[in-house]
Design a protein around this ligand. Sequence first.
Ligand code: ADP
Length: 446
Amino acid sequence: MFTRILIANRGEIALRIIRACRELGIESVCVYSTADAGAPYLKLADQSICIGPGPAKDSYLNISRIISAAEVANVDAIHPGYGFLSERADFAQVCRDCKIEFIGPSPEAMARLGDKVACKRAAKEARVPVFPGSEGAIEDEDEAVTVAAKIGYPVIIKASAGGGGRGMRVCHNEAALRTNLKNAAQEALAAFGNGAVFIEKYLESARHIEVQVLGDKHGHAIYLYERDCSVQRRHQKLIEEAPAPGLDSRKREQVCASAARLIKDANYAGAATVEFLMDEKQNFYMLEVNTRVQVEHPVTEMITGIDIVKEMIKIAAGEPLAIKQRDVKVNGHAIECRINAEDPGANFRPSPGKLTRFEPPGGPGVRMDTHAVTGYTVPPNYDSMIGKLIVHAEDRKAALARATRALREFKVEPIKTTIPLHLRLMENSSFKEGGVDIHFLERLLK
Ligand code: ADP
C-alpha cells in the first residue's frame, strides 16, 4: 500500500480524498492555489503545498507544478479527483514516466474510453448499445448530411473530447446541421484542444441513467448498480439518486452487465461511470464513459456500503478487488442535492463570497460532503459547487422526506445557493412520482 498520496484537486473532493487516506493510514499532501490559501480543509491534510495563482491553468491544471510538488513531497501516488487533470491521458502518462502511480486508469485505457468516438467504437465491440450516428469523427459537411438523412432528424453534434455538457448542438434540419458543424468544430478546438466532432441521433425525451463500475489490475470488473441523474440544467446535473426509480429489474441487470463488460474488455483498472440515455420503453444507449470518480459517487456508496474512493486507492496499489459481484447488495434509497453558490432566481448567476453563517443539517441518514464552514470565503475562480447533501433512507419516499427535512435545516448566509430550488423540487409532484426526463428542470424553470 502507498505511504503518501498527493491530491491534485481542491474543495469538497480534495477533502473526500483526505478522509479516505486518513482511514487507510496513508499520508495526504494537498496542493492549492493562492485563491484557496487558508481554506480550512487544507489543515486536515498532513501537508499542503501552494502550486501557483488562482487561474487553474497556472495551478490545478499545471502539470509541471503538480509533478514538482509530488517530487518535493516524495509521494507514491496522485489522486486527481474529478475535473481538472482527472481525464487527461497525457497527465497519467507523465505520472507513469515519473514513477508516480496515477490513481485512475492507464493512459491507454483512458484514451480508449475517455474519447467519445473511440469509446463508441469500443462499446460496439463489447455489444453495448449506442446511438445510431456517424462512424467516428465527421470529416466533411456532406458526410454529416448523408448520415443525418439516414438516421433522421433531430441529430446532435458533439465534440469527441467534450465534457461538462459543453459544445453540444441539436439540429432539426439540414440547414441547421450545415451551419452548426463548422462552429462546433472551431469551438471544440478552442475549448478542448481537439476539433473532432461527430453526430448521433438526438432523443427528445430521455432519462439519464449511469452505471458505477470498478475494475482492477487483475482482469476483474464489477458494477455497483445505477444512478438516475435526469434532473439537469444545461446538461449539468443537479440531483442524483440511486437506485433509478421505476427501472425494470431485467433492464437493470442488462445495463449494469453491459457497463461492466465494456470496462473489462478495455482492461480498465479503477472506478468508471458508464453513462446511458434511456427512452420511454427503457431501451438504453451508451453516451460516454467517465474515467474518474464522479461528483455523485456518494449515492452509490450509501446504497451499497462500498467506499469508492478507498477502492480506487486499493486498485491503484495493485490489490485485487475483494468484493465479488454477488456481494454487492442494494440497501434503501439515496438522493444527492448539489449545493451551488448560485442564484436560481437570477439565471443561476454565481454568488461567491464570505459565509457568515454555514449550518449544514445532520441527524439520521444525512451525509454532508463539503469543505465549507462558517467564515469560509467561496472564491469566484472555480466551479460553484460548495457541497453535496446526501440522504439515505429505507425507500424513495422516506428519502424524499428526509431530504426535505435536511434542506429546511440547512442555513447559508449571505450568499445565494440552490437550496430553495432543491426544496421546490422535493415538493414537485412529477419529481415525487419518479422517472422525470432530462428536460424536466428546464421546463419547470421556464
Ligand atoms: P458531456 O461529456 O459534455 O457531459 P454527454 O455526452 O455525457 O456530454 O451528454 C450530456 C447530456 O447531454 C446528457 O445527459 C443529455 O442530457 C444530453 N445528451 C447527450 N447526448 C444526447 C442525445 N443523443 N440525445 C439527447 N440528449 C443527449
